[in-house]
Write a protein of this length. Structure first.
Length: 399
């Protein structure tokens, strides 16, 4: 069965690697929320199709031409060759393509937001490695709504480094759209020994179609039943890895998190700080337990039965939850610190608060002692961090 754990494990690992490529591609240009979700979903679906293709090829190797089971040593050797092809050679090319495709999809999101204020211009890497067919497209200048960009928006092939940029209307003469489309057709044409054109799959626009990989990629040629299962698994994925660091740190986000929320970037800053130190971090959604008890129990199982049951802290570092609090009043002062700390402590004993200019770390610690040291105080603070811009520093840790 397709959803069997061994199969899903390979899908998940492939998805992890390609999601890292997606995160790398959009690092400098975050696409719109809807586009990002669609791209993340496509990465998982593509990973499922890739795994299915790999296992199907392995299954076809089990028998000899006359229908007999192959000796294990022979079968094992052939399977290893398939593994190397799919998970080393192909995966490297797919990773590079996913990074470029994500970058261009994010760019397209910005182009759409600007409407018809600019024209778009095709540009190459301008070195000796540029393919002649792609070089022929260099400086093609057309409006963003021209049909050319529907099929020939880069990347236009494996390891393609071409890009498209916005240019002021009138700065460059417009290209002939029909001629540009002919050149684009040539750039994506490579007839193989069987008379097929494998490069035709690159005739699409990742940003406009909101998919990272070619819609006509051979992996996607599966039976409807397989397609429904893979897409069903994709829809059930709760978490998406946004960033991964070489030191083992990572940032993941729950699929229900509102990334347009005012505090999303601040929470992301916090996670990036801890992930940069090698920690696995995750951004959590706000879930009202009374409204959705099943989702709450599934998302916050560690809080069930504790004093924080029913709460929704902002993010997690390793096994500990943290709550981020901003200003509670427009006038900074000790009262603001008190309110931020107390409000944060209702969600978690580990609190991050926004820095108040002119406030010393000593004063922050003093306010913690004032709050927790009162007789009958029920406020528990294990850690207090100060968020100063994008930087975090710890000013208190319970001994």
């Amino acid at each position: 069965m397709l959803a069997d754990p061994p199969f899903l494990g390979v899908v998940t690992e492939t998805n992890r690697v390609l999601t890292k490529a997606l995160a790398e591609g959009i690092a400098d240009n975050q696409p719109p929320e809807a586009m990002l979700r669609a791209l993340q979903n496509d990465v998982f679906v593509f990973s499922g199709y890739k795994t299915h293709a790999q296992l199907r090829e392995v299954a076809d190797m089990l028998l000899t031409a006359d229908g007999k089971i192959k000796p294990f040593s022979q079968f094992r050797q052939e399977v290893q060759s398939v593994h190397k092809a799919y998970n080393v050679n192909y995966l490297e090319a797919e990773y590079i393509f996913a990074t470029s495709s994500a970058q261009m999809a994010a760019k397209w999101g910005g182009f759409e937001a600007d409407g018809d204020r600019y024209n778009l211009q095709y540009r190459t890497a301008q070195d000796d490695h540029v393919r002649d067919a792609h070089a022929a497209l260099a400086n093609t200048t057309l409006p963003a709504d021209d049909a050319f960009w529907d099929s020939y928006f880069p990347p236009n092939g494996w390891r393609c480094r071409c890009t498209a940029v916005q240019v002021r209307i009138g700065k460059y003469p417009l290209s002939n759209s029909i001629d540009a489309i002919k050149k684009g057709d040539t750039a994506t044409s490579r007839i193989d020994k069987k008379g097929n054109n494998p490069d035709a799959i690159f005739r699409y626009n990742p940003g406009k179609q909101k998919i990272l990989f070619p819609p006509n990629h051979p992996y996607r040629k599966v039976q409807d039943g397989v397609k429904r299962i893979i897409e069903g698994i994709a829809n059930q994925q709760e978490w998406t890895a946004l960033k991964e660091y070489r030191n083992g740190g990572s940032v993941s986000v729950h699929k229900t998190v509102k990334r347009t929320a005012n505090d999303y970037q601040d929470i992301m800053d916090c996670c990036e700080h801890f992930a940069g130190q090698g920690n696995k971090t995750a951004i959590y959604p706000k879930v009202v337990k009374a409204n959705n008890p099943e989702l709450y129990a599934k998302t916050y199982p560690e809080l069930i039965g504790t004093k924080y049951e029913g709460k929704s802290p902002d993010f997690k570092v390793g096994k500990h939850f943290y709550e981020l609090e901003g200003y509670t009043t427009k006038s900074p002062g000790s009262g603001t610190i008190k309110h931020m700390v107390q409000r944060g402590a209702k969600q978690s004993s580990r609190v991050v608060i926004a820095h108040i200019p002119g406030t010393s770390d000593h004063f922050y610690r003093k306010r913690v002692f004032d709050i927790t040291g009162k007789p009958n105080s029920k406020v528990v603070i294990d850690e207090l961090w100060i968020k100063d811009g994008k930087e975090l520093r710890q000013v208190y840790k319970k001994q």
